[in-house]
Write a protein that binds this ligand. Structure first.
Ligand SMILES: O=C(O)CCC(=O)C(=O)O
Ligand SMILES: [Fe+2]
Length: 279
């Protein structure tokens, strides 16, 4: 069966068919899926009733595991249990994904991608949205593009860590801040594999723009961060049992809608692959 991508919207996202994630895929199939990811930013697989082992095995075909600092490694000694992060949520508690963000941009080398799969879903609600950071950049006016090109964002673990602590996660804030001091990333980045420019700021990690006065930051940071909020850059996924989403964490931001009251359980594997940015 040939692998096929059907666009979900004009600017971002595609549904993939012709893949059975329970099977060991060929190198050519993996390359096709990776190309689809580069082309669409996020790809959705339906009807994949796989185990954590199969999820992990699929992720490892693309690169190495990235361990998200805010989801403590379990260290059970079981490599599968330690690498598959369980997001167990009952809104409004959620897991902190209810803001537009790319994952862990406070890291010097943020993860390249994530694979998230639905385990238990509420009867209604709990959709996830992705927005193209390419489209967000492309649709800025030429004047604002020029301005953004010269800006650098300070990405800090503190806001995300404080949010997770407020939600009851036992995290050591001082230690996290020591291990992950703030990092600088250009506001406009160049994706190393597609060569496309994208907007790389988000409200969940970027605390300020380097060199700007507080009032300049106050005006400019929301303007740039909120560019991804335009629906014309977005795709919205309604999960079904067996749905898997695989996103290019360089090229898209995402938002988990906390509009449900029953249990929602998702399993995620975070991966590093290939190259990041050329800037
Ligand atoms: O729960 C979701 O749909 C996404 C949560 C999230 O932000 C993530 O897995 O990175
Ligand atoms: Fe996330």
């Amino acid at each position: 069966m040939a692998i096929r991508f059907d666009k979900a919207t004009a600017r971002v996202g595609a549904y993939v068919t012709g893949v059975d994630l329970r099977k060991e895929l060929s190198d050519a199939e993996i390359a096709t899926i990776y190309q689809g990811l580069l082309d669409h930013g996020v790809v959705f697989f339906r009807g994949q009733h796989i185990t954590d082992e199969e999820h992990l095995r699929f992720a490892l075909r693309f690169g190495t595991l990235s361990v998200p600092p805010l989801k403590a490694r379990k260290d059970t000694g079981d490599p599968v249990a330690d690498s598959v992060h369980v997001l167990n949520q009952t809104s409004p508690k959620g897991e902190g994904g209810d803001n537009w963000h790319a994952d862990n941009t406070f890291m010097p080398h943020p993860p390249m991608g994530s694979m998230l799969r639905a385990i238990t879903l509420p009867p209604v609600g709990g959709d996830t949205l992705w927005a193209s950071a390419y489209a967000a950049y492309d649709d800025l006016s030429p004047q604002l593009k020029d301005l953004a090109e010269n800006l650098v964002g300070i990405h800090d673990i503190t806001p995300g860590a404080m949010k997770a602590i407020a939600k009851g996660h036992a995290l050591d804030l001082e230690r996290l801040r020591r291990d992950w001091p703030p990092v600088e990333h250009p506001v406009v980045r160049v994706h190393a594999e597609t060569g496309r420019k994208l907007l790389y700021v988000n409200r969940s990690s970027v605390t300020r723009l380097k060199g700007l006065s507080p009032w300049e930051n106050e005006a400019l940071l929301p303007l740039l961060c909120d560019q991804v909020r335009h629906p014309e850059f977005q795709v919205r996924l309604t999960w079904e049992p067996g749905t898997m989403a695989f996103w290019d964490n360089r090229a898209v931001q995402h938002y988990a809608v906390p509009d449900y009251t029953e249990r929602r359980e998702m399993h995620r594997v975070t991966v590093d692959f290939a190259r990041g940015f050329t800037d």
